[in-house]
Design a protein around this ligand. Sequence first.
Ligand code: DGL
Length: 272
Amino acid sequence: MDPRQLPIGIFDSGVGGLTVLRALRAALPGEDFLYLGDTARVPYGTRSPETVRRYASQAAGLLLARGIKALVVACNTASAAALDTLREAHPDVPVEGVIEPGARAAVAASRKARVAVLATEGTVAGGAYPRAIRALDTEIEVEQRACAMLVALAEEGWTDGPVVEETLRRYFHGLFPGPDVLLLGCTHFPVLAAAIRAVAPEDVALVDSAATTAAAVRDDLAARGLLRDGGAGRVHFLVTDNPARFERTATIFLGENPAHGEIELVDIQAAR
Ligand code: DGL
């Protein structure tokens, strides 16, 4: 089969990666996507790096077995813990994560060379964002905040109002003044952007990884001659548990309802 006709595989711990899928679809409207949400094992953000690497390897294995031309790790926690492992295991496939593209967006937006990263416990503990940012600019000061509650609020659809704003105030305690960029280093946080805007100082820029990741994937596929010409791309969804819940919450992150019947339940352990 012509590899250009294959879908782009993308995986996340659950629904959050749909914010990245949305950006990928906007940047690559002619491509098909195969999206895997590991809804049986979400969240990844509170798990050990070893466990996240194991989960990520299984997710990548399942998508590759179905036939994909590139793999996008939409989950920040999985990108932070497992990107190198996945690249080593699959040297023939372009594998893109969200950490380096997010770091680039933050560095480009910062004038004061002070960036604050909001992410999961696992992403913060591993230090992948500070490393990626300093690899681009050694002068930049990076502060991090682990904001686990925001994941639950976003999935609940509580994207604005007093509860989310009070939660943000607690996470931001002692953070400002200082950073002029807030890097939303978790798939769920872009849907909370309006609330974050309302609580953070006005002159702070919000950046996330979605658009820069999509651009990186597009450039990589173009360089390898793997872009597909013409036609409206389709998305097929795979979930490891509870397709009905996925369908319900997906709209918050994707901005549209996934087509009914396009959500398939898969057994990730059996796929190994
Ligand atoms: N997808 C995760 C991330 O971007 C957030 C949800 C989770 O903890 O699994 O880090």
